[in-house]
Write a protein that binds this ligand. Structure first.
Ligand code: GDP
Length: 196
């Protein structure tokens, strides 16, 4: 059984176009979600770092794709946040082109973690992303983030909602929080599973 030391970061690369990105030979997983969903904090929690991924209070600030090579075993990819209302059309198009190329060309991509704000549940832009990934036959898992803001009752409501039309395709629900570290171990296990 392969294990991964998530604290061992071999390299960090930032790119704003895919032309500059080299073909990778290690398996890769990526993280995506609406701006301000807590993705940077979540990645910091996975990597046991305080601020390797930039945490910001201004939504929509992450425009680049960040590649973290971990323990010479796997690449974790931080994709730019989507669905930020104040972004102009040109930027939205650029982001959508970048994501499209990324998802259609990364042959080493094994799993996509879609982060959702637990308090808001799945929003239109999340559902659009899910249908896009489903159409491309790509494997994804939904992470309900900022779970520290949820009561047990709130979580039950989300779990029950799995039978609704919009959410019935969720294979599994993982609640996470960078604040309390809830779910972080489970995410690491999901990543390690990919390597075994
Ligand atoms: P990103 O834009 O998706 O990368 O999100 P950030 O990681 O920059 O976080 C956006 C805001 O959400 C910041 O104010 C964080 O302090 C807050 N945040 C991030 N993770 C959590 C969490 O697990 N729980 C709570 N309550 N807030 C969080």
């Amino acid at each position: 059984m392969k294990t991964v030391n998530f604290s061992c970061i071999n390299s960090v690369e930032a790119h704003d176009s895919l032309e500059s990105i080299k073909k990778a030979y290690l398996p890769e997983v990526c993280f995506i979600g609406r701006s301000n969903v807590g993705k940077s904090s979540f990645i910091n929690a996975i990597l046991n770092r305080k601020r390797i991924a930039t945490v910001s209070n201004s939504p929509g600030h992450t425009k680049k794709i960040f590649f973290y090579t971990i323990d010479n075993s796997i690449i974790l990819v931080d994709l730019p946040g989507y669905g930020y209302a104040k972004t102009n059309k040109k930027k939205i198009q650029k982001l959508s082109d970048l994501l499209n190329i990324y998802f259609t060309t990364r042959n080493n991509l094994k799993m996509i973690f879609i982060l959702v704000d637990s308090r808001r549940n799945l929003m239109r832009s999340d559902l659009d992303m899910i249908s896009f990934l489903k159409n491309k036959n790509l494997d994804y898992l939904i992470v309900f983030n900022k779970a520290d803001k949820m009561s047990k009752q709130d979580k039950l409501i989300i779990e029950k909602g799995m039978s609704d039309n919009d959410t019935k395709y969720l294979k599994k629900i993982i609640f996470c929080s960078a604040k309390t570290k809830e779910g972080i171990k489970e995410i690491k296990k999901e990543i390690i599973k990919i390597l075994n």
